[in-house]
Design a protein around this ligand. Structure first.
Ligand SMILES: *Cc1c(COP(=O)(O)O)cnc(C)c1O
Length: 250
């Protein structure tokens, strides 16, 4: 099977699983955005995925996001528009899903649609300042350390309410919700509990947050646990391996 056919097949399978998990939990599939995490593949394969109809792309490392976003922009600029039945119709939205170092903020902002991994007030402040300088409002999610692993990035759940007053001052940010990564070591039941806690935190913040902070989005769920995440309320799922199986060595 060609790479293109395999990608189409994987994408259809993942979308089918998303739809089933949504229906099982009384939700509709259009409430859930599939973000294809492209860290395992080259820009060339990413473009084939875009041609297959996937327009939300994610990277965990800023440098990889820069490289792929710029490569795809370049190749789009080289192609006559008449030859792009899919590409011309919908823009690509890049999502940063991994840690952003403050010295990489300014190069990342012009390329991203949503930063999932705002994991400290210092980083939020740096993004806010860079965004203000370019007259943009940047959509961000606050990363919460739901696994309790001290080595992981993110706010502790109980740090969030006290931090809200500090977050309201960032007038160049659109704070839209929360992101979390379930523990790798745990089982699916453990991941489900962590996702449920993240949803409860989101709901609690919605009740108490000032109106300029919106806690609507919940970015949670990866290849191994996205169905459980959807059942617990995910609005964005970040999927890599399941989309690229059979395309890359794993
Ligand atoms: C790699 C990665 C994903 C995707 O993981 P898969 O298991 O390949 O689906 C999602 N989120 C983050 C933050 C990642 O680094």
């Amino acid at each position: 099977m060609t790479t293109q056919r395999k990608l189409i097949e994987n994408l259809a399978a993942v979308r089918g699983q998303i739809a089933e998990a949504a229906h099982r939990s009384g939700r509709t599939p259009d409430e859930i955005t599939l973000v294809a995490v492209t860290k395992y593949v080259t820009a060339d394969i990413v473009q084939q995925l875009v041609a297959a109809g996937c327009h939300d792309l994610g990277e965990s490392r800023p440098q990889e996001l820069w490289a792929k976003a710029e490569a795809i922009q370049k190749s789009a600029a080289l192609q006559p528009t008449t030859n792009k039945p899919n590409a011309g119709t919908q823009p690509i939205r890049w999502h940063l899903v991994g840690h952003l170092q403050r010295n990489k903020v300014s190069r990342t902002l012009p390329l991203v649609s949503l930063i999932h991994s705002a994991d400290s007030l210092r980083l939020l402040n740096a993004i806010n300042q860079a965004a203000a300088g370019s007259n943009r409002r940047i959509p961000v999610l606050i990363e919460i350390n739901i696994s309790g692993d001290a080595a992981k990035h993110g706010f502790q759940p109980d740090e969030m309410e006290p931090a809200l007053p500090n977050m309201t001052v960032f007038s160049s940010l659109e704070i839209r919700g929360l992101m979390g990564i379930a523990s790798r070591a745990g089982d699916l039941a453990q991941a489900r509990r962590e996702f449920a806690r993240l949803r409860e935190l989101r709901d609690q913040l919605r009740r108490v947050a000032p109106p300029n902070l919106q806690f609507h989005e919940l970015s949670m769920g990866m290849s191994g646990d996205f169905e459980a995440a959807i059942e617990q309320g995910a609005t964005l799922v970040r999927i890599g391996a399941a989309l690229f199986q059979g395309v890359i060595e794993q």
